[in-house]
Each structure stands twice: as C-alpha cells, then as structure tokens.
Design a protein around this ligand. Structure first.
Ligand SMILES: NC(=O)C1=CN([C@@H]2O[C@H](COP(=O)(O)OP(=O)(O)OC[C@H]3O[C@@H](n4cnc5c(N)ncnc54)[C@H](OP(=O)(O)O)[C@@H]3O)[C@@H](O)[C@H]2O)C=CC1
Ligand SMILES: O=CCCC(=O)O
Length: 344
C-alpha cells in the first residue's frame, strides 16, 4: 500500500508493551502502544499489509476532517461522507472519493471510521435508514471514534456485529491541533482482531493507542478523562476571574500556574486567549457539556458521587444558555462573568 514518505517513520516504529492488569478485583486486560523508538515485534504487532485497501470516513467536522486528511496524506485510499456535503470538498480535492450515504461508504470500503457529534448522530449514521450498518458485512470493520456513552456504543456494536462485521470503539483524547498533527490518543475497545487490523491507521492519526477490552470501556475512559478536563477548565476559569477581581493580573496567574505543580498544557495553551476573552474553537463547549452529562450518567449507573462534575456541568449549561455552544469550551469562563438578572 502506497504511503507518503513523511509519514512512514511513525507508522513502522512502535513499542508494544505487555498487557498489564488494571484492577486486582477484575480480570480485565489492558494493552497500550506508543509511538516509540523500537520496532520490536510480538504476537500483537500489526502488519501494515493487513490493513484494508479502502478506508471510509464519516463525519468531517473539526476532528474528522484533519484525521481523514492525515490518512490521505499517508497515501491511503479514502472515501468520505458528511451530512453537509461542502465539508467533503477539501478532502475530494486532496484525492478522496465521495459517496452520498454512510451505507454506500461502508459498502465500498474495508473499514469505515465515524467521527460524529454525539450519541444521537453516531446512532443515526451507523444504524439509520441509509446508515453504515446497511453496507456492512463479513470481513468489514466499523470504528467509531466519536465520544458517546457506553450504552450507545454497545447498541451500535450490536447492529454492526449482526451483519457479520467487526466493531471497535475508539474515542480520542486530544483536540484540533493534535488531530492535525497526527498526535491523538486512541482509547479503544471491542473486537481485538479489528484493533490489530486498524492499528497502522490509528498510528497515522495518533501518537498512542490503548486497548481496553470490552465495548464500553473505551467510552467510559474517554468520559472520565473529559469529566476531569471540564472541571479543571471550570476551576481555572474561577481562578482567572477571581484574580482579576482582587486586582491581580490574570496573565501573571497563568504564568505562575504554568511553573508550578498544577501546570497543565491546557492552561498554558488556553490561558492567554481566555485573558483576552477570545475563545477560538478547538473543542466546542456544547461537546464538553455533552461529555459532562454523559459522565454524570456513567457515575449514576454505579452510584458514584461526582459532586464537582455535577456543579461543573451546571456552569457549562449556563454558558450554553448564553449562546456559547459553538465557542471553545474555555468560554465557560463567561458564565462566571454574567451578572445576575435581578442584581441591584
Ligand atoms: N473538537 C475536539 O477537540 C474533540 C472532539 N471530540 C469528539 O469528537 C466528536 C466530533 O467532534 P468535532 O469534530 O469537534 O465536532 P463538530 O461539531 O465539528 O463535528 C460534528 C460532526 O458530526 C456531524 N453531525 C452532527 N449531527 C449529525 C447528524 N444528526 N447526522 C449526521 N451527522 C451529524 C457534523 O456534520 P455537519 O458538518 O453536517 O454538521 C460533523 O461532521 C464529538 O463526539 C466530540 O465530543 C473528541 C476529542 C476532541
Ligand atoms: O474531547 C475532547 C478532548 C480535548 C482534548 O483532549 O484536548
């Protein structure tokens, strides 16, 4: 399979770690692979020639577009579909093929990726009237990289497996820039045979991949990560607003935080623009609120108290109600600046 030479070195260099046991109480096995400086082979090392010749990509939003573009740049044969057709044009001009429904994409491709907004759109695109499942069959694979809840993922999995095809959930950690740079982190679960088959493709789009076992585990991991991230951003926002109110320079706060134990790339990256009340969208606020809502549902399903996440979710809901849904999630800070309606 032809691949662009600039991407080849990353595809062929992987360190496959031994599976390790996560919880002594449960017997789940977790695998993790990183882009690293070893070409060590093992039973689970994927072979590049096993990857399907034709790859489908459904959903070309902020994340899906650069992910599909990286596959094309790597020389892969990619067929795209998006609800709003105009978003397919840049990819078509890079060499992608186009089909007019998810069903047709799945029918013409060995493996189909989907990057949709939320559980409803992920379900519809996979299992709706002209959904991907209609074009699936034995020997094919469906990889859902959208962030959804485990129940939705299991339902999609059932529909896909009923056709004889394999299913992998593979939500990603990392935002617009890591998607552009092929530096995403894949949190996969489902059919191991499909995981191994698509590993070289995941390695074109990402810097590491985790295999977490049964369908639902990838979704759960993603929701826990984003629950933490949403709360961190809300807390950071409170700090910025408070610092300014007590007469400090919030830019200096960003600098102080970036040098201490609580430093995080997210604060250093988003802080300077937040101080200027600018929120260029990388991760839309509406998706962060969706993830908090789904994380709260996950916590509820196991009776786990998550009071911080619950309060955080309320703040994102306020931000949404002020028309900030399509801004970056760092715009949640605006919810803290809003004056109470009946304030005197
Ligand atoms: N942005 C980020 O930083 C990250 C996002 N994610 C997750 O990835 C997923 C996609 O995110 P992102 O690319 O940012 O989101 P966007 O809002 O940019 O893109 C959403 C995609 O879903 C499609 N879509 C929405 N509703 C429907 C529907 N009813 N039927 C068919 N297609 C639909 C959109 O199509 P159309 O173009 O027609 O609107 C678009 O292709 C989300 O689950 C998000 O939580 C994960 C990691 C990082
Ligand atoms: O789901 C979005 C995650 C964004 C990120 O990991 O930076």
């Amino acid at each position: 399979m032809a691949m662009c030479s600039t991407f080849c070195p990353r595809v062929s260099t992987h360190l496959n770690c031994k599976p390790f046991s996560f919880s002594p109480a449960k017997t789940r096995r977790f695998f993790v692979s990183f882009k690293a400086f070893s070409s060590q082979t093992s039973a689970s090392t994927p072979k590049a020639d096993d990857t399907p010749a034709s790859i489908g990509f459904l959903g070309l939003g902020i994340m899906g577009s650069p992910m599909a573009q990286n596959l094309i740049k790597a020389g892969r044969d990619v067929t795209v579909w998006n609800r709003t057709k105009s978003k397919c044009e840049p990819l078509i001009s890079m060499g992608a093929k186009y089909k007019s429904s998810p069903e047709e994409v799945a029918a013409s491709c060995g493996v189909t990726f989907a990057m949709l907004a939320d559980p409803e759109s992920a379900m519809d695109v996979a299992c709706g009237k002209y959904g991907a499942a209609k074009g699936m069959g034995p020997g094919k694979g469906y990889v859902d990289v959208s962030t959804v809840d485990g129940e939705t993922s299991k339902l999609i999995c059932e529909h896909i497996r009923a056709t004889g095809a394999h299913f992998l959930e593979a939500p990603v950690s990392g935002s617009k820039k890591p998607a552009e740079d092929g530096q995403l982190i894949f949190l996969t679960a489902g059919d191991n045979v499909l995981y191994e088959t698509v590993a070289p493709l995941l390695d074109i789009m990402g810097k590491s991949r985790f295999y977490l076992g049964e369908v639902g585990n990838g979704a759960a991991m993603k929701l826990v990560v984003n629950m933490v991230m949403g709360s961190m951003m809300a807390s950071f926002s409170e700090g910025l607003v408070l610092s300014e109110k007590v007469g400090l320079d919030p830019s200096v706060l960003v600098e102080v935080i970036s040098q201490g134990a609580i430093s995080a790339p997210m604060y250093a990256m988003k802080g300077p623009s937040m101080v200027k009340s600018l929120y260029p969208t990388a991760f839309p606020l509406k998706h962060q609120q969706k993830d908090l809502r789904l994380a709260l549902g996950l916590a509820e399903s196991v009776s786990q108290p998550t009071p911080i996440a619950a309060a955080t979710n309320e703040l994102y809901k306020v931000a949404k109600s002020h028309g900030l849904s399509d801004q970056d999630f760092s715009a949640v800070i605006e919810a803290l600046k809003v004056k109470l309606q009946h304030q005197t």
